[in-house]
Design a protein around this ligand. Structure first.
Ligand SMILES: C[S@@+](CC[C@H](N)C(=O)[O-])C[C@H]1O[C@@H](n2cnc3c(N)ncnc32)[C@H](O)[C@@H]1O
Length: 260
């Protein structure tokens, strides 16, 4: 049997109830999508949301939904054909607490309301080591401020990475964004037994395809957990959004071709 093309995957995504692929140009123009309404309109239970941002194939998001049935999980990625695999697994496995969203993370506040998100996972994000302005690396202060603005009180951002630079940059930028570094470990799989709480130990043991590849190359896997800290000032949040989304009234960033 021939393997599925991108087009096959996009087509199949359209038939899956909990796959959301809103028009990105409309979002950039200011439209909100399901913002504050995920529990009522997508899921069958009221529960805090957990997001996996830049979920790729989405298999970690599926794992989160399987392990924590009383949590609602949304995998977010710009590429719908990538998360097709996770969406299909959630659909076939009837995971009613798992959904996928095709979106640019820069526009996250158009999808999630303040206090709607309990936890964020960033797994093996592109390190973007030369991102001086903080508009590309997903743990720059601008992005962390954006996430904080939708986290519940005590909400968490978990980061798992093979990149020592991404690890160090996240440790540096968490406090700059007003977050508290709750835990950090430079070698998750080499850590002593009992280093993490049992639930987290099991979750960190789950490996995505990316992670398997990096481990085979001999890299250590790093983990950071940040907790929502001080209340963000309106000016700081506005600045973060201006940096990531462009000034009001402009069309930056533009979407001349569909981003799929
Ligand atoms: C290196 S992959 C990691 C995939 C997955 N988390 C894993 O561990 O297997 C990074 C993913 O982030 C997505 N991504 C990067 N920047 C993004 C952005 N600004 N908005 C949405 N998705 C983004 C890419 O499309 C890609 O699928």
């Amino acid at each position: 049997m021939r393997s599925r093309t991108k087009r096959d995957r996009w087509r199949e995504n359209q038939d899956m109830e909990r796959v959301h692929e809103p028009d990105l140009a409309e979002i950039a123009a200011g439209t909100k999508y399901l913002c504050g309404e995920w529990c009522e309109r997508v899921f069958v239970q009221r529960a805090p949301l957990t997001l996996e941002l830049g979920c790729g194939q989405g298999m970690f998001a599926v794992e989160l939904a399987r392990r924590f049935p009383s949590t609602n999980v949304v995998g977010v990625d710009l590429k719908g054909h990538r998360f097709w695999r996770g969406a299909k697994a959630a659909h076939v496995g009837e995971l009613l607490n798992g959904a996928f969203l095709r979106a640019r993370i820069q526009w996250l506040d158009h999808f999630f309301a303040p206090g709607e998100v309990g936890e964020v996972w960033l797994t093996f994000s592109d390190p973007q080591n030369s991102d001086k302005r903080g508009t590309k690396r997903l743990t720059s202060p601008h992005y962390l401020r954006l996430y904080q603005s939708m986290l519940t009180e005590g909400g968490l951002v978990h980061v798992k990475t093979d990149s020592p630079e991404f690890f160090e940059n996240t440790l540096r930028d968490g406090p700059l964004a007003g977050m508290v570094v709750e835990d950090s470990c430079a070698d998750v799989h080499g850590a002593a037994p009992g280093r993490f709480a049992p639930e987290l130990t099991e979750l960190l043991a789950f490996k995505t395809a990316y992670e398997e590849r990096w481990i085979q190359e001999g890299r250590s896997i790093h983990y950071v957990r940040l907790r929502r800290g001080v209340e963000l000032g309106a000016a700081q949040l506005a600045e973060a959004k201006r940096m990531l989304q462009g000034p009001p009234g402009t069309s930056r960033p533009t979407f001349t071709t569909p981003a799929r």
